[in-house]
Ligand binder design. Structure first.
Ligand code: NAP
Length: 289
C-alpha cells in the first residue's frame, strides 16, 4: 500500500506514518540477546508493505538500532526511503553535532538523512551554537531537513530564530492519553506555523489498548476499526499531525497500516479529544522543554 504523504506550505513532504526503532537492538544499551533477525525482518517487511519512513537515533541501543536499520535497508533503493535520525542531548556542542551525524550516517550506511533531529533541548548548551552546526550539515548535504524532538513552543521559536532553514518537524509524546502537546499550545503553534507535530507513542507502547474506555469502543464500532487503528487515525486525522509506531510483530504492523488512508469525522476527533478519560497533562517519557 502507499502511505499518504502530508505536505507543508513550505513544500516539505513526509509520509504520514512511519516505523520507529526504539527497542530494536536493545534499549539505551545494546542487548546482546536481541533477536536481530526479527528486527531486520520487521524493517524490511515495513518497506515491502509501503512504510518507507524509518525513525532511528544515535541513542537507541547505543547506535545499534541505526546499524540494524542499515542492515535492513541495504538492498533497497535509498532514494525511495525517508530516513530520520537524531543527535542526543549530550552532543549539542558544534563539533559534537557534526561528528554525531557523521557517525550515525556511517552506522546506517547512507550518505544523507532526509530529516535530522535534535533529540531534546539541552539548556546548558547555547541553542545558537547547536543550530549553526545543523545549518552546516544542511550546507554539506549530509541532512536534507532540520527538525527537533520534545521541544516546547519557547525552545522551538528560539531554534527557528537561530537557523536560516525552516524547522519542519517537532517529534513529541502525544496520543489519546498524553495531551501535553495540546495543553501547552505546541499543537496550535505547529498548526499555525507550518510545522509537523510528529506524535510518538501513538498506541502508548500497547498500553492504550489494554483497557478500552467506552468512548474509544464507540468509535471502533462506528468505523469498524480496532482500538490501535482508531488511536493512530485520531492523530493522522488532525491538521499537521503525523505519527510513527514501532513494531516487530507483523500482525501488529498489518493492523497499524489499517489506520492510514481514511479520516475520522471532525466531530469524532473532537469527541475523543474531549471525552477520552484520564488524560495526562505532562509526558512521562520526555516532558517538553
Ligand atoms: N523523540 C523521542 O524522544 C522519542 C520517544 C519515544 C519514541 N520515539 C520514536 O517514536 C517511535 C514510536 O514510539 P514508541 O515505540 O515509543 O511507541 P508505540 O509505537 O506507541 O509503541 C510501540 C510498542 O507497542 C507495541 N505495539 C505496536 N503496535 C501495536 C498494536 N497494534 N497492538 C499491540 N501492541 C502494539 C509494540 O510491540 P510489538 O513490537 O510487539 O508490536 C511496541 O512494544 C519509537 O519507536 C521511536 O522511533 C521518539
Amino acid at each position: 500500500m502507499r502511505i499518504p504523504i502530508k505536505t507543508l506550505k513550505n513544500g516539505f513532504s513526509i509520509p504520514e506514518f512511519g516505523l520507529g526503532t526504539w527497542q530494536m537492538g536493545g534499549r539505551r544499551e545494546r542487548n546482546l540477546e536481541n533477536d536481530d533477525a526479527a528486527d531486520i525482518k520487521a524493517i524490511q517487511t515495513a518497506i515491502d508493505w509501503g512504510i518507507t519512513e524509518i525513525d532511528t537515533a544515535e541513542i537507541y541501543a547505543d547506535g545499534y538500532a541505526e546499524e540494524l536499520t542499515g542492515k535492513a535497508i541495504k538492498s533497497y533503493d535509498r532514494s525511495k526511503l525517508f530516513i530520520i535520525s537524531k543527535v542526543y542531548g549530550n552532543h549539542m556542542r558544534h563539533g559534537d553535532v557534526l561528528s554525531a551525524c557523521k557517525n550515525s550516517l556511517k552506522r546506517v550506511g547512507v550518505s544523507y538523512f532526509d530529516l535530522y533531529l535534535l533529540h531534546s533541548h539541552n539548556p546548558s548548551i547555547p541553542l545558537k551554537e547547536t543550530m549553526a552546526a545543523m545549518d552546516e550539515l544542511m550546507e554539506e548535504g549530509l541532512i536534507r531537513n532540520i527538525g527537533v524532538a520534545n521541544f516546547n513552543v519557547e525552545s522551538l521559536k528560539k531554534a527557528q530564530s537561530y537557523t536560516s532553514h525552516p524547522i519542519v518537524y517537532d517529534q513529541v509524546h502525544y496520543n489519546l492519553e498524553y495531551r501535553e502537546a495540546e495543553k501547552s499550545g505546541l499543537l496550535n503553534y505547529c498548526q499555525n506555523n507550518d510545522i509537523f507535530l510528529a506524535a510518538y507513542r501513538p498506541v502508548g507502547k500497547g498500553n492504550l489498548l489494554s483497557s478500552i474506555p467506552s468512548v474509544l469502543q464507540k468509535m471502533c464500532d462506528k468505523y469498524k476499526k480496532t482500538t490501535a487503528q482508531i488511536a493512530i487515525n485520531w492523530l493522522l486525522s488532525q491538521k499537521n499531525v503525523i505519527t510513527l509506531s514501532k513494531t516487530t510483530n507483523l500482525e501488529h504492523m498489518k493492523e497499524n497500516l489499517g489506520a492510514v488512508g481514511w479520516q475520522m469525522e471532525p466531530e469524532d476527533i473532537e469527541f475523543l479529544r474531549k471525552e477520552y478519560p484520564d488524560q495526562k497533562e505532562i509526558s512521562d517519557v520526555v516532558p517538553l522543554g
